[in-house]
Design a protein. Structure first.
Length: 78
């Protein structure tokens, strides 16, 4: 369920947003302008990027484990 919120902007800002958004809704235009996506397509462009580089994968896992231990006080074993 999508919750709607009411916000107030000056007339000047409203007019500028209205011009820029074109045929999009205000929510769509603002979402795109601040970099929020409704799906995982942006994130998925990184899927498999290290598939052939086991060293990078292992280094990244070590970094995550180190940060997890530092922040949460417990280790994570892959």
């Amino acid at each position: 369920m999508v919750m709607a919120r009411q916000i107030s902007v000056s007339d000047e800002v409203y007019e500028e947003l209205s011009k820029r958004k074109g045929g999009k809704s205000f929510s769509e235009y603002i979402r795109e302008s601040i970099g929020i996506t409704r799906d995982n397509r942006e994130f998925l462009k990184f899927a498999g990027i290290w598939k052939k580089d086991a060293k990078k994968v292992n280094d990244f896992k070590k970094m995550i484990a180190k940060e997890r231990k530092r922040n949460l006080g417990r280790e994570f074993n892959w």
